[in-house]
Design a protein around this ligand. Structure first.
Ligand code: NOJ
Length: 547
């Protein structure tokens, strides 16, 4: 029986917990997490105090890209369960008052999808090929790819098929890009949305939402670096204005339901004004905001990002989103443990060195991560949490090369290690085989996972798990409106804000204690990310003060 509140705006300030199903909990002991594993852990999720779970893809897949290579959008990978296991999981979640968001991957299918198989079996110029982007190559014999576009995972974005044509894949070779100008592609995704909505899901996370529409007019325009975007809708590959027609169509489908289904765009668009177009009420409603995730742990950065994102979300009618970790990035306690000033290239070099150099300060990284999390959980908007962050997990930086699975590792000729280190199966119990995950995990767990196991932290005051539980419980009281007031503080290292109902949040970003702003009454502290506050704000710590 469902215990969900009838609130159709539930998503605006929700705490959403991302489950990477293959690494969450393995009920059948085959070493791969599964849907019955999620159902079995519903009590844990409920006690954590989250509002919703978002499941990364659980569809049939050869796992060329961890499931983001989908063979069949309307089924469950048999290794992860069945459609009836899915129904059971949704029922269990709803009975616990937890909503369910599923991942939709519209930019590309897998190369095993029946449409792509039909395209390969058909001739150049056939209707079957028109659902993807097949082109002749350049050069005297078409031996060169149709453009200089690279793939996100390294290497060219084109692969040649035996009859000489090339097909486009912005990600791995096994992920051919759909042609979104094709009406059947558009219609089929409406069918997929309805399929899962009819099964009771409450929302959708939309993978690479900004990439669907491409300028395929010939000759193709040059774009040798994918990460450089323009802010006027004229980029050949990303954030083109026409993509908004697609999502307006999706909104009509999502609004067929009562309450309407929620949706959040994954759109790595650095220009907030353009990113928010995906979040308009006439489109998806929300878009991920990765600004805090990409920022250094700094008072100036955190405050200016939060201020800017909140005012822009306000202006667009969306609510803001916040995220520090997900299945694509190095876990935030490890990012903050690297020497200050480390760049993305430094992070990649650190992973390549198996996390040996530069030397990281893990205690500091976790202290800062906890402070950052409480800073975020006090803000208006939705907080997206990634499985294992509530256990204070670090990146597993030293996975043996033989265990790596991320296509980035292979497509860069072993030069970029990729994302496996944040996908290692969770430790549930310190003293059980495979830390209680299930069978021998598909990525090896390090020894130190035992110290982070859920059962070791359960009920232990000050543990990261108990801090998350306490914060998520209090968040219900704190999030009664969507606004806040920034307060001034004597030191530049402190950010201080107050919610209209009187809750206050203070973060000291410095490595030394900071003086209290005038009028702050420490007897009102109900939660600290670090040491108890006596007469100052401890180093790299966030405090929550109740009214
Ligand atoms: C974004 C997903 O989060 C990532 O894991 C995936 O590799 C790409 N999209 C391609 O689907």
């Amino acid at each position: 029986m469902s215990t969900l509140s009838p609130d159709s705006a539930w998503w605006r300030q929700a705490a959403v917990y991302q489950i990477y199903p293959r690494s969450f909990s393995d009920a059948n002991g085959d070493g791969m997490g599964d849907l019955p594993g999620v159902t079995a852990r519903m009590g844990y999720l409920s006690a954590l105090g989250i509002d919703a779970i978002w499941l990364s893809p659980f569809y049939p897949s050869a796992l060329a890209d961890g499931g983001y290579d989908v063979d069949d959008y309307r089924n469950v990978d048999p290794r992860l369960g069945s459609l009836s296991d899915f129904n059971a999981m949704v029922s269990a979640a709803h009975a616990s008052g937890i909503r369910v968001i599923v991942d939709i991957v519209p930019n590309h299918s897998s190369n095993r999808h029946e449409w792509f198989q039909a395209a390969l079996a058909s001739a150049p110029g056939s209707p079957e090929r028109a659902r993807y982007h097949f082109l002749d190559g350049l050069g005297a014999d078409g031996e060169l790819p149709p453009s200089d576009w690279p793939s996100h995972f390294g290497g060219p974005a084109w692969t040649r098929v035996p009859d000489g044509q090339w097909y486009l894949h912005l990600f791995a070779t096994e992920q051919p890009d759909f042609n979104w100008d094709h009406p059947e592609v558009r219609e089929d995704f409406h069918t997929t949305l309805r399929f899962w909505a009819d099964r009771g899901v409450d929302g959708f996370r939309v993978d690479v939402a900004h990439a669907l529409i491409k300028d395929m007019s010939l000759p193709l325009r040059s774009k040798p670096a994918l990460e450089i975007l323009v802010d006027d809708g004229t980029d050949p590959l990303f954030d083109r204005d026409e993509v908004h027609e697609v999502f307006a169509g999706w909104r009509s489908v999502l609004n067929e339901y009562d309450p309407p289904k929620a949706a959040v765009a994954e759109a790595w668009v650095p220009f907030t004004n353009r990113r928010l177009k995906y979040a308009r009420p006439t489109e998806l409603g929300q878009a991920f905001n990765f600004d805090l995730l990409q920022a250094p742990f700094s008072a100036v950065e955190f405050r200016s990002i939060a201020e800017k994102c909140l005012s822009e979300a306000d202006a667009s009618g969306a609510s803001s989103t916040w995220v520090f970790s997900n299945h694509d990035v190095v876990r935030h306690p490890s990012r903050y443990a690297l020497p200050d000033g480390s760049t993305l290239a430094d992070l990649e070099a650190w992973l390549l060195a198996d996390g040996a150099t530069p030397v990281v300060d893990l205690a500091r990284g976790l202290r800062r991560a906890r402070a950052a999390t409480l800073f975020m959980l006090g803000l208006p908007g939705s907080a997206y949490l990634y499985q294992g962050e509530e256990l204070g997990l670090f990146e597993v930086a030293d996975l043996p090369a033989s265990s790596l699975q991320d296509p980035t590792w292979f497509r860069t000729g072993n030069k970029v290690k990729g994302r496996d280190g944040c996908r290692v199966p969770l430790p549930w119990s310190a003293s059980t085989a495979n830390f209680g995950f299930g069978g021998t995990p598909w990525l090896p767990q390090p020894e130190w996972f035992g110290e982070h196991a859920a059962d070791v932290q359960d009920g232990v005051a000050g543990s990261t798990l108990e801090m998350y539980r306490a914060a998520l419980k209090l968040r219900g009281t704190l999030q009664t409106s969507e606004s806040l007031e920034w307060l001034s503080s004597p030191g530049a290292s402190v950010v201080h804000y107050r919610r209209p109902n009187g809750w206050e949040v203070l973060t000291n970003f410095a490595a030394v204690p900071a003086a209290l702003p005038a009028g702050v009454d420490l007897s009102k502290v109900v939660l600290s990310s670090g040491a108890p506050a006596t007469e100052s704000i401890p180093a790299e710590t966030t405090l929550w003060l109740a009214p």
